[in-house]
Design a protein around this ligand. Structure first.
Ligand code: SF4
Length: 380
């Protein structure tokens, strides 16, 4: 059987986010690394590579497809209760030691990360999303920026079918990829992993391109929500959280900030799991910074009011949640507070249409291992 590298090497097409350089080199613009890549080699992500002076990029497969509640992404100010059909490919431009999706993101770096890719077309994926009752389709599970050409192909079909579209991303973008995505992406979640460039370099990135991307996303009118996974001893000092939340508030106090609980995962097993008290402390810092919508995640029922959306002006309860479950929805058809009439930022439907699921579930695609065999045996 072909290796994963060989299978992925055949499931590609010429990319669009790059420029040709002298001597058959190329420069990729899909993420903030902006890799200059010589002929015959891949970029840092290992899934985009230079063959004969052309940059080839992932195409025609998914390494995971699942129906998630949109609150799991998490988007709290976009279509509450909606089903978000979620798909991912393989690879990442970072290598976080605590990655919760490492089996897909680190597939080409870590031999223990084994997820068979499944051949699929954008049409098939969108048809499945519509069948499942999805309101949105979201590129997630690996870093979507590095597979942006494929995401845009899927999102073009999705738009035609009336679906909203979204990215769940580390935010390591470039001006070029943001321009490329703007016509096709509605919702954009950025994982802001801390506010310390030294730590970001340990994860394989830099802080500045992520801050630049957050500013750009807001200026370009993507709907943006930001998540920080709070890791004890790694990114949770008062001083760092003050700088991080002051930055978000300066871009816009209306950007929702989710502070979520770490649990030991992948290679990072030293820090203790985040407690509800730690989340409450971080959330209080965010509120002091002026953020109007601060949420605490991953520990349902133990973070007081921090799963709910309240009107920042009159404190009326607008969306009541328990984990991913919507317990109550009280916004007006225009997305306003019913008590004081304040406009609540977000992407809202005219009314709450019920919730298909509060838990992730799989649709009935063929067994993944079987598909990997078909895919690898059909190489030409
Ligand atoms: S996506 Fe990023 S890491 Fe991958 S080749 Fe392009 S610039 Fe390099």
């Amino acid at each position: 059987m072909a290796t994963l590298q060989e299978v992925l090497g055949d499931n590609v097409r010429a990319g669009e986010l790059y420029e040709k350089l002298a001597g058959d080199w190329v420069r990729c613009y899909a993420c903030g690394h902006c890799c200059p890549i010589p002929e015959g080699l891949p970029g840092v992500c290992k899934v985009r590579f230079n063959r004969g002076g052309t940059l080839y990029v992932p195409w025609g497969y998914a390494a995971g497809m699942q129906c998630d509640p949109i609150e799991k992404k998490p988007f709290f100010h976009a279509y509450p209760g909606a089903l978000a059909y979620s798909f991912g490919m393989l690879g990442c431009d970072l290598h976080c030691a605590y990655c919760q999706n490492w089996v897909t993101s680190q597939a080409l770096r870590d031999p223990a990360a084994v997820v068979p890719p499944q051949r699929v077309t954008p049409k098939e994926m969108v048809a499945e999303a519509v069948r499942a009752g999805a309101k949105a389709i979201v590129s997630t599970y690996n870093e979507p920026l590095i597979t942006s050409e494929w995401a845009v192909a899927v999102f073009k079909q999705a738009r035609a079918a009336g679906l909203a579209t979204g990215y769940v991303s580390n935010g390591n973008g470039t001006p070029q990829v943001m321009e490329y995505l703007r016509p096709w992406v509605d919702l954009y979640k950025v994982d802001l992993k801390g506010f310390d460039d030294r730590r970001y370099r340990q994860l394989g990135g830099r802080l500045q391109p992520i801050l630049d991307t957050i500013r750009r996303l807001h200026q370009m009118d993507f709907w943006v929500e930001i998540v920080t996974l709070l890791i004890p001893g790694f990114n949770d000092s008062d001083e760092e959280l003050k700088r991080l939340t002051a930055f978000i508030a300066e871009v816009s106090p209306d950007i929702p900030w989710h502070v979520t609980a770490f649990h030991k995962d992948y290679k990072m097993t030293d820090p203790e799991d985040t407690t509800p008290e730690m989340l409450l402390r971080a959330a209080a810092i965010g509120k002091q910074a002026g953020l109007r919508y601060v949420y605490a995640g991953n520990i349902p029922g133990r973070v007081g009011d921090l799963e709910n959306t309240r009107c920042p002006h009159c404190q009326t309860l607008l969306v009541e949640r328990y984990g991913y479950f919507i317990r109550g929805y009280h916004l007006t058809a225009e997305g306003k507070c019913p008590s004081c009439g304040a406009q609540i930022p977000g992407r809202w439907e005219a009314s709450f249409g019920g919730q298909i699921t509060a838990y992730p579930f799989q649709t009935s695609r063929r067994n993944a291992t079987e598909l990997f065999k078909i895919l690898s045996s059909s190489r030409c």
